[in-house]
Structure formats: structure tokens, C-alpha cells
Design a protein. Structure first.
Length: 552
């Protein structure tokens, strides 16, 4: 009997072992292990400087050294762009970061403790589970095209109703503003309105709350006289329907709360008749006032960007990545970049400054999908207009790329310009940045000095220099940049030149005006720009620029 029992048990075990795995496994477990997203994907978590993580931002394709004009765009026949790279007319939105589509069941590295817990049908994480072979994993569908990084909050201003307004009654009823409020994070502010030709005659003040400490700032003034910047009135950009009136942008740093007040000034004729501004009827404010809160987006990751993520067609070699910066050259190396017979090269050879290091648009993170496609050129470069950005001096040089991205977004999305307004920018540490796209050595038409953008270029020194002396490094950078760029076109930085006005508040359209080759914005328009302290340093910049060119 014992032998028969043992024999029966052996047969039963053999039968069980012979069952197909599918019958021995609960139906709910077959191919039904849930997938989990561990942490954040590569598409949404790029380490920020210092180790913090933030949303990925595609780095802009550079306004390259040597950006070639798109089909149908007139290409200047002058100076070849150093580096030989080609900037596309417009970068198509990418399909998503390379590698962001993750096979659903492919095994990955162990996740840090606490980041996620996977619960399967057999119990909590830690129960036996068999991973599917990598070969059976199917890639996810392509991601939707990424939106340009950064954002703009546009808030309509409301009638003010503070103690001052109640005391003054109807005379101040035209004031506009917003009470303290929580908003999404931003770093730069400005005010826009409907009619680009209407002037905001009054004061604009803002207070912001820092995201790090929750402390509210003091009231800060926003520069309202910004109409002297922009495209020439008769240009295609100057006729764009997208144009809006705007103040200068103000950099406030990482913030998540805001309060604003806009108060009109009394009409000059009413103030004169009344003998005082108190109680005088105010000038009307422009219609459609809105507060613009700009988030410039996170710093781009190295190698991240539309051109880095676009896979070339089979058999097509990948295009070289645009450089983050053009290196400084010696004078001899600079001369070697000039092609034989190029415009100005013969006259420039004895007097051309070495090319300074220039951080490209890709280097500071310009998203090329924001601007209009293609480039617009003028004939030559005869003069340089120096500006201050009027964005305040509360930025660090490490933050300068963020300031530029904020100004860029404000110029294009808020003010309606085709691109960043200035041809170049310089920070307080003397770093030089490529501005408007089209090629750093080419005569790109800017939107910096209303009425005199033709045959000129604009340099903005980041900051406000009405009462603050500009750092020596910034003045030196202006001298080095102008020595090189003017030298490409055979121009002496200490000379005089003539430009024809396209129309403005200082010179009528068609008038020929004599300028210093290195001039201040106020020389072509009735404005405080570039601030009294920076304007006072232009003589130093002219003489230094001439010396860098090799002139005595």
C-alpha cells in the first residue's frame, strides 16, 4: 500500500509539472504588470546649475557665425561669417528629446529609495516578478512637438482705488493697477498697450515677492519712455500689425507675487495754467494696458535643442552643432577670416580689431521658434548706437543669459517685434552676446534706434546707467566689439559719419544727420538712453576701440 501511495504521488507531481506555464499562472498576472514612471522623464527634468531640476528647455539654434539667409532672402555680399555654420530660416518644432520615448517594459536602473513604489498583482514591491525581455518592448509613440520654453502671463490692469485715488477723486480715476496677488513664477516685468503710437505719459511702479524668501520688494520704477526703440517707421517690421506700445522691461529675479500701479501725469498745459500738478487733470493713459510677467525658462542643457534632437534621414550626415560661443581671435587670425574681395576687407586690413569672444544665441538659450523666420539686412555698418537696457542692475553675470531670454520673449511676444531688438548685448562683467539673428559679422537690420536702424548696429549694455557708473569691463567690451565689427567695414571708431533719418522726435524723415561713429542713443532721439553715466564713457570707448584697431 505504501508503495502504491508513493507511486500515486509521483504521478500527480509529474502531471502538475507538465502543465503549461499559462495554466499555472493566474490570468491577471500574464502581461498585466503595471508600468510606472520613475521620477521625471528626461524631457522634463534637466539639472539646473547648482543641482536643482527644472523643465527642459530646447537650446536655441544659434544665430550662427555665418548664418546663411534663407531662400528668397537677400544676402549681403560683404563679409563672410566666421565659422561657416548655417542658421536655418526657422527651426521646426522638434518631436521631443532624443531618448524620451521609453520602452514600456524595458528594465532601467534602480530608482532611489522613496521615488516610487511598484505594486503588482502578487503583492507589494519586493514580491517575485519577471521582467519582460527587452526585445519584446515596443517604443512609445513620438512625443508631441515641444512648446517654446518660458512663458508670459498677460494681466489686464484695473482702475486704482487706493487712499490717494479716493482723496483726489475723479482727477486720478484714470490710474490703473493691480493689488497684491499670487501669480505663476516670473523674473521680468513690463507694461504694454494697444496702440504702438500712443505714449504712456505717467509713472509705472511695481513690487514683487521673491520665490525664495517670500519677501516683498520696495516699489521699483519701470522706464516708460521706450517708444524711441523699435523698427524704423517705413520698414516692414515697423508696419507690423502685431506691434504694441510698451515700457522697457525690468528684471526683478525669481518672483511669484506682484503689485503694480500706473498713474498718469498732468497735462503740461493744465499744469502750467494751474501752477501746480496737484489736482490738475491727468493726461489719459493708453487703452488696453496689460502687465506682462515673463518667465525666461530654465537654462538649456548642453547639447539640448531642436537641432540636437532632430534625427537626420538615413544616409544623411548630421549637420555640425552650432557653437555656444565664438572664440576670441588674434588680429592675424581675424584677418585670415576675411575672404578675398569681400566688402571693406581691403580698407580694413590695416585697421581691424581682433574678434572678441562672442556668446552665440545658442549659448544664451534663444529659442529660434519665437522669432520670425528669415533675416533682414541693411547695406553696411557706418555707425554704432550704444544703449542701456534699462532693466535694472539687480542681476548677476550668471543670470545674464536669463535676462536676455526674458528681453527676447518680451520684445517678440509682448511688443510684437520680429526678434530681439539689439544686434549685440554686453553684461556688467564684459561678456559679449549675439543679439538679433542673421550672423554676427553681417549688417543685420536691428530695432534699436527708431529712425536710424539703417546702416547701423545697436549694442545694449545690460543694466540702468542714469545714476550708476558702468563697470570698466563693460566699457572695454564695447570698445573691443566695435573695433572688430567696424573694422570689418573699414570704419574708424573716432570718425564722424552721416545717416539719413527715417523719422523720429528729434530729426524729421529724410534729414541727413552727422554722428560720431560710436554714438549714444540720445544722439538720434530725444531720450535719456543710454543713461548719463554710460554716455559719459563713450569717449573712452572710442579711443580704446581705435587703439584695438591699430590706429594711433
Amino acid at each position: 500500500m505504501r508503495a502504491n501511495l508513493v507511486s500515486s504521488i509521483a504521478v500527480s507531481c509529474a502531471a502538475v509539472l507538465a502543465l503549461p506555464l499559462s495554466l499555472a499562472t493566474p490570468a491577471s498576472a500574464t502581461g498585466a504588470f503595471p508600468t510606472a514612471s520613475y521620477g521625471t522623464s528626461a524631457a522634463s527634468a534637466v539639472p539646473e546649475p547648482g543641482g536643482s531640476a527644472g523643465p527642459a528647455k530646447p537650446a536655441a539654434s544659434a544665430g550662427p557665425a555665418g548664418g546663411a539667409a534663407p531662400a528668397g532672402s537677400a544676402e549681403p555680399g560683404g563679409v563672410a561669417e566666421p565659422g561657416g555654420s548655417v542658421e536655418p530660416a526657422g527651426v521646426a518644432a522638434p518631436a521631443g528629446p532624443a531618448g524620451s520615448a521609453k520602452p514600456a517594459a524595458s528594465a532601467g536602473p534602480a530608482e532611489p529609495a522613496g521615488s516610487a513604489e511598484l505594486v503588482g498583482p502578487t503583492g507589494p514591491a519586493g514580491a517575485a516578478a519577471v521582467a519582460e525581455p527587452a526585445a519584446s518592448a515596443k517604443p512609445a509613440a513620438p512625443a508631441a512637438p515641444a512648446e517654446p520654453a518660458g512663458s508670459t502671463q498677460s494681466l489686464p490692469l484695473e482702475p486704482l482705488a487706493g487712499p490717494r485715488e479716493r482723496a483726489l477723486g475723479s482727477a486720478a480715476a484714470a490710474g490703473r493697477g493691480l493689488a497684491r496677488r499670487d501669480v505663476r513664477p516670473f523674473s521680468l516685468v513690463g507694461v504694454v498697450w494697444d496702440d504702438v503710437h500712443a505714449a504712456l505719459r505717467g509713472t509705472v511702479e511695481v513690487r514683487t515677492r521673491g520665490t525664495g524668501d517670500g519677501v516683498w520688494s520696495d516699489w521699483q520704477a519701470v522706464e516708460t519712455h521706450n517708444d524711441e526703440h523699435g523698427a524704423d517707421p517705413e520698414s516692414a517690421e515697423g508696419h507690423s500689425r502685431a506691434l504694441r506700445g510698451s515700457t522697457a522691461p525690468l528684471w526683478v529675479g525669481d518672483s511669484d507675487g506682484v503689485e503694480i500701479r500706473v498713474r498718469p501725469e498732468a497735462r503740461p498745459e493744465v499744469r502750467k495754467a494751474a501752477g501746480t500738478a496737484e489736482g490738475a487733470a491727468p493726461a489719459p493713459l493708453p487703452a488696453g494696458l496689460r502687465l506682462e510677467l515673463v518667465d525666461p525658462g530654465p537654462e538649456p542643457a548642453a547639447g539640448d535643442g531642436p537641432e540636437a534632437r532632430a534625427l537626420p534621414a538615413a544616409g544623411t550626415p548630421a549637420a555640425p552643432a552650432a557653437p555656444l560661443a565664438l572664440p576670441a581671435l588674434t588680429r592675424e587670425q581675424t584677418l585670415a577670416t576675411l575672404p578675398a574681395g569681400s566688402a571693406g576687407s581691403a580698407a580694413a586690413k590695416p585697421y581691424i580689431g581682433p574678434r572678441p569672444r562672442i556668446i552665440t544665441r545658442k549659448g544664451w538659450g534663444a529659442d529660434e521658434r519665437l522669432r520670425e523666420k528669415g533675416f533682414v539686412y541693411t547695406k553696411t555698418i557706418k555707425a554704432v548706437f550704444v544703449h542701456h537696457s534699462a532693466t535694472g542692475n539687480r542681476y548677476t553675470c550668471r543670470q545674464a543669459p536669463s535676462v536676455l531670454r526674458g528681453i527676447y520673449r518680451y520684445h517678440v511676444k509682448s511688443s510684437g517685434w520680429r526678434d530681439f531688438g539689439y544686434n549685440f548685448a554686453v553684461d556688467k562683467c564684459g561678456n559679449i552676446y549675439e543679439g538679433r539673428a542673421g550672423g554676427v559679422s553681417k549688417p543685420v537690420m536691428g530695432a534699436h534706434t527708431l529712425g536710424f536702424n539703417t546702416d547701423s548696429m545697436g549694442i545694449a549694455v545690460l543694466g540702468s546707467y542714469g545714476g550708476t557708473t558702468p563697470p570698466a569691463a563693460a566699457v572695454t567690451a564695447v570698445a573691443r566689439l566695435t573695433a572688430w565689427k567696424l573694422g570689418l567695414y573699414g570704419v574708424n571708431p573716432q570718425a564722424k559719419t552721416y545717416l539719413t533719418s527715417g523719422g523720429g522726435n528729434l530729426y524729421k524723415k529724410g534729414r541727413k544727420v552727422r554722428f560720431n561713429v560710436i554714438a549714444g542713443h540720445r544722439d538720434g532721439f530725444a531720450t535719456e538712453c543710454p543713461g548719463a553715466r554710460l554716455y559719459g564713457k563713450l569717449g573712452t570707448a572710442r579711443s580704446a576701440s581705435a587703439k584695438y584697431q591699430g590706429r594711433r
